[in-house]
Design a protein around this ligand. Sequence first.
Ligand SMILES: [Zn+2]
Length: 67
Amino acid sequence: MCAAFGHRADRGRAAHDGRDYWSKCRWCGKPLIRSMTGWRAGGETESDAHRQLMDDRDRHRTDAGLD
Ligand SMILES: [Zn+2]
């Protein structure tokens, strides 16, 4: 599906990690990153950085007593 038509981002679940918008492909579940030209699959390094940023954000939320 995605190989033929490209990934389709689930915009309803897009989240900003402090640097980029991320979502997931509705069809294959691959992490997608929003670029100037549209959604594309996130690279290995970008995905790692994203996980790191999200972890940091969760930790800050907990520290701030928001959860
Ligand atoms: Zn896909």
